[in-house]
Design a protein. Sequence first.
Length: 406
Amino acid sequence: MSIAETLRSVIRFRRVETDLVERRLARAASVADLRRIARRRLPRGVFDYIDGAAEDERTLASNEAAFARTSFRPRVLRGIEKVDTSTTLLGRPLAYPLVLAPTGFTRIADPQGELAVARAAARAELPYTLSTLSTRSIEEVRAASDGRLWFQVYAWRDRGLVREMIERAASARFEALVLTVDTAVFGRRERDVRRGFSLPPMIGPGTLVDGALHPAWTWNLVRNEPIRFANVLGRDVGDGASPVNLSDYINSQFDPSLSWADVDWLRSVWNGPIVVKGIQTVDDAILAADAGVDAIALSNHGGRQLDGAPAAFSLVAPVADAVAGRIEIICDGGVRRGSDIVKAVAAGANACMAGRAYLYALGAAGERGVDRVLGWFRADVTRTMALLGVASSDALDRSLLDLERR
Ligand code: GLV
């Protein structure tokens, strides 16, 4: 046997991947890996806007830590042949208990922005929540995806504008409204303050260097149409035609006097389900149930608003004890793996929301990155349930968690 034949008989060569995106994705096995890749590919200001949070970022860290502190009580020898991860939320089916959270300005991570995320969510059979502050409009997103879409609203001072957007979402067959209630004023994100970050990103000496160091991102930015607040183009609230400091923008345009009475107003202009996002106490969860909304998202806005707010996951069990059965519960914040989703559902949530996980994926590898992360989550949920000895998501309960050690 020649040396070449001997080598061939013992070594198998992997096919060389010529597709650059696939090559990048082949090196990633987790959300943490995608975050690392996104950090390298995106300008620092953009990455920090996505990755950062309020003040000392303690709440950001505690969202993840609350999951990490909780371990499972796995059951074995339960004869589980097949795992069914599907569930229902707001009366409609989900492939597994996850909703894609609303995130603003998604096009800063990738030129396709919200269109890419909506398409990936539809392929994964999960709902996608479009943000009011999106960079693709309600109509563009519906044209790109036939999947389940929810629309997130902020309380602008101009309620006429909110009403108009709600009517547009209804015409575009969005099925639920998500009212964000944790933004009375804007949180202080110190990474953005330090960088003087604006939206759309403004070119200054620092950003010029940052842009030059990330040529692929910069080329995409200049090659595509300008990044604007696509739902309010041409309106006097400002559509981002001139760069805005987000904190000034929100503090001047959003209404801090929002109250439970506005939820009644919302119901008068919208026939479908309403989700109140940003509940952070048991008391407010009870008020939401009393107000007759369909679901709440336990959320601290990914730690981007009040630093020191409780971790979303730590609220699930006490809130479920107070209101489960009256209202559906979504846990938003810190989800980085499918096992986090399983923990939240076992503690009493109906589903989770995740935002940063798909934004890192989008920044790392565009739409295919989002497909990848949603596929991982599904596989994680399936594998975790199999290892816990649970055949269906309805059978997830607190007996599977070691909540005491929290
Ligand atoms: C917008 O909602 C943000 O958190 O930046």
